[in-house]
Every structure is written in C-alpha cells, then in structure tokens.
Design a protein. Structure first.
Length: 433
C-alpha cells in the first residue's frame, strides 16, 4: 500500500515541478521576445532643438535607457518631432515654431538668471511649456545644486585651514568676480564693505590684487581646481553675491567657499537657507541692515574661534556633517551636476535630451510650467546699501524687466493666435506696449 502511494505522490510532484519550470521558461521567453519585436518596428522618437545659435547641423540617434530617440536641429523635421527643445539664453523673441502642432511638447532648458531673456520669469510665457529644467526645485528636472560637485567635496578636509593658520596669514575677505554690472548690485555693495574691512579683490571688479599667474586661467575654466581651492582656504570669508536674484538660483559662488572651508558672505537666492549643509553655514548679507554692520560682525568672528568654527560644522562635525535632508536628497536624485572631467554623454544638453526622450515614452501627464519654475522677485532686488541708496544701474535693470513683462504678454498673444510672426510685427507691438 505504502510504496504505491509514494509512487503516485512522486509522479504528481514531478509533474508539478516540470509544469512550473515550463511556465517560468515560457514567461522568460515571452519577456525576452517582446522588446525585441517592438524594437524592430520602433522608429526613434524625434526631438528637435529650436535654436538659431546652433550654427552646425546636428542629427544623432541615441538610446536613453531603453528608449531610442533622434535628436536634431533640422527644422525640416518639425512636423515629425514630438518635442521641441529651447535653450533659454539663446531664445529669440520672434523665433518660435508656430503654428504649434497638437503633439508638440515644448521643453525649456534655462539654468541661468534672466539677464539675457527678461521675458522668462512671467507666467504668460512659462505656461506654454510642458516640461522644464531650471534652477528651481519646482521644475521638472531641477538644477538647483548643479554647481556643487558632490557631498564629499563639502565635507572634505583636504582644503581645510584651521582658525589659527588662517589668523597667521591675516587675510580676511576675498572677492573674485569679473562681471561687475549686475542686477543684484554686487559691486556697489562690496564698495561699501571695503570701507570697513580689508577685501582682497583679484577679479576685474574692484581689482586691488593680482592672482598668482598659475591661477589666472584656472579661475575661469576650472572652478574647483585644487590649486584654486588651496588658494581660497587661507581666507576667512569669501564674498558670494549672485548676479541675479531668483529662488533656488545658486551658483558656485555659494558652494566653492564651503568646499574650501571659507565662510561665504552670501546674497542671492531668497530660499538659500533651505540649501545650506547645516542650519548656519554662511553669513547672509540681508541679515544685516548695511555693509558697516556686516563688517563689524565679520571682525568679531575673525577673532573668535568658537564663533567662527560654528559656521564650519560641515567640516568639523564628523558625526553629522550635513544636517540638511533636502540637500542630501537633492544630491542623491539630481540628474545633472557640473563635471570638470567632462565624461562622454555628461553634458547638460545631452542629459536634458535623454530626460526628454524618456519622458516622451512615459504615459504620465504633463503639467504646464508656471512662475514657480523660474521665480525671480520683481522689481529686481539688490543688496542693502547705506541710506537706502540704489545700485548704479538699478533703474536700467528695472526697466529691462518691465520690457520683459511686455514681451511675455505679446508672446502669449501670438502663441494663442497660433500663427508665426516676424520680428517687425513683434517690435511694432512692443513699441505700443
Ligand atoms: C495650431 O495650428 C496647427 C496647424 O494649423 C493646428 O494643427 C493646431 O491644432 C493649432 N493649435 C491650436 C491650439 O489651435
Ligand atoms: C502642452 O502645453 C500646451 C500649452 O500650455 C497645452 O496646450 C498642451 O495641451 C500641452 N500638451 C500636453 C501633452 O499636455
Ligand atoms: C540650528 O540647530 C540647532 C541645533 O539643532 C538649534 O538649536 C537651532 O535653533 C537651529 N537654528 C536655526 C536657526 O534653525
Ligand atoms: C567668543 O564668543 C563667545 C560668545 O559667542 C564668548 O562667550 C567668548 O568669550 C568669545 N571668546 C573670545 C576669545 O572672545
């Protein structure tokens, strides 16, 4: 009786095992087969750069993840294109692909501040875009921390000078800038600061000292070269004033001193405190009524190690170097950061193309862009000068942004009318605005 039952059982077991193996094999076979079959009939999705500044002809098929796209700047391909890409700083007001086909996703890559294209920060303009990559955390592909190479640079002790070594060199504030006329009133502010504390200025603006010859090229080409950071580290403070003020617009001006163990004197993104590595990592210009009050505080810090080092916890607090979850998360999930080694495929443009390619393949709905994708307080704000003075060209910058507002309104009208227009037509209307 017993062996008989066992025999049955063993046959049943064998059958089950074989059946399971068969099912698994069948599934593997089908899974492996499917993409191959799709690929054969898959034509690459077309993505068109709309940029008159690209004078060379560009036409490339690339695979992004598992999706294949053709990237081109050949305007003949407009009707086949699924997405049209725009590069912010190069946009021309009278040059948009109109009439716009229903399938056209408009994608905007704009990592810079609005000084070249003042119509961008307005909803009337932004709402025509389905996909953006800007410095704003609200954009589809945020570039907020693009100028920070990585976490290890923030925490490294490689460029760290302790308080006493710095004091021995008796060097206080470094300023290194070659764009002297900015919306943020950078130079006007530093001019006031210089009256109260020694500032070594190595750039073109307010130049009073020469960089060592070996650094003169590095400083423009390699923002994070070892030589440059080793030069900065002797200083206690570094002026870090952005050229334009927009939420989340943060450049190397903020990160570089942090990497070198120097305290940044920052003015720029109004949201900057969301991005510092610790809750007190920089000195913020707008926490002080004027440059005199700031200088007084700097002189106090420069003489008090405890107070000074309390700003350098990202270096010194090895148990908890970076106490900012938002910053860590951003760095872990960002799609792009500057890369001085320039690896193949790592340029901002290539990454943006691929992100668009993959996005086109997803079934997720698009949201229209809005001002949060490029938010710059208007009229432009500037660093606080004594006696409520205005920076030199404040009036010019204000009126430039007002013209930008008109331009955005006009573009909105033309986009809605869904027809192309000439430069003359645009300028005629702008004149009336
Ligand atoms: C714009 O014009 C194109 C070409 O005539 C047309 O296919 C498209 O539907 C129009 N878009 C809108 C929103 O009317
Ligand atoms: C893209 O944005 C335009 C303008 O806001 C809108 O008309 C269009 O429906 C959007 N496309 C998609 C696929 O959401
Ligand atoms: C910074 O963190 C310390 C310790 O966690 C806390 O006591 C302090 O209130 C914080 N300061 C600010 C400005 O959040
Ligand atoms: C440094 O500043 C703290 C207050 O933050 C103070 O208690 C301390 O006495 C100061 N040290 C020196 C050497 O002035």
């Amino acid at each position: 009786m017993r062996p008989w039952r066992n025999r049955h059982l063993s046959i049943a077991l064998h059958l089950i095992i074989w059946l399971t193996i068969l099912v698994i094999c069948w599934n593997i076979f089908r899974a492996g087969d499917k993409p191959r079959k799709d690929k054969a009939k898959d034509k690459p999705t077309e993505v068109l750069w709309w940029s008159s500044a690209m004078s060379w002809s560009y036409d490339e098929i690339r695979t992004c993840g598992i999706h294949k796209c053709r990237f081109t700047n050949n305007r003949q391909r407009l009707s086949q294109a699924m997405a049209v890409l725009f590069y912010g700083s190069n946009m021309k007001m009278h040059d948009f692909p109109l009439p716009r086909l229903p399938q056209h996703i408009w994608a905007l890559l704009h990592e810079e501040s609005p000084r070249n294209v003042p119509f961008v920060p307005f909803n009337e303009f932004l709402r025509h875009f389905n996909y953006t990559s800007t410095f704003s955390r609200h954009s589809d592909l945020p570039l907020t921390t693009q100028y920070l190479p990585g976490v290890s640079e923030l925490t490294t002790m490689k460029y760290f000078n302790d308080f006493y070594t710095k004091s021995f060199h008796f060097t206080h504030v470094i300023f290194l800038q070659s764009d002297c006329d900015t919306m943020s009133g950078r130079e006007d502010y530093v001019k006031e600061l210089i009256r109260h504390i020694r500032v070594d200025s190595y750039g073109k603006c307010l130049h009073n000292k020469d960089l060592p010859p070996s650094l003169q090229e590095d400083y423009l080409n390699r923002m994070y070269s070892t030589e440059l950071l080793n030069f900065f580290k002797h200083y206690k403070f570094m002026i870090a004033i952005e050229n334009g003020i927009c939420n989340d617009y943060i450049t190397e001006k903020f990160w570089r001193p942090l990497v070198a163990g120097v305290i940044p004197i920052y003015f720029g993104s109004p949201t900057i405190k969301d991005w510092q590595p610790q809750n007190k990592s920089a000195i913020y210009v707008d926490d002080f009524p004027n440059a005199a009050a700031l200088a007084e505080y700097l002189l106090f810090l420069a003489d008090n190690q405890t107070e000074y080092d309390s700003y350098r916890q990202h270096k010194l607090n090895s148990a908890n170097n970076i106490d900012n979850k938002r910053l860590i998360e951003n760095i872990m999930t960002r799609y792009y950061q500057i890369d001085e080694t320039q690896k193949e495929g790592s340029s901002l443009f290539q990454k943006f193309e691929c992100a668009m390619c993959q996005r086109l393949a997803s079934s997720e709905k698009y949201k229209s862009a809005d001002v949060r994708h490029y938010e710059c307080p208007l009229p432009p704000i500037h660093a606080p000068l004594s006696n409520k003075q205005e920076p030199h060209h404040a009036e010019d910058w204000r009126s430039m942004m007002e013209v930008g507002r008109c331009q955005a309104q006009l573009l909105d009208n033309f986009f809605q009318a869904n027809r192309s227009f000439t430069q003359e037509q645009f300028e005629q209307k702008l004149y009336e605005c």
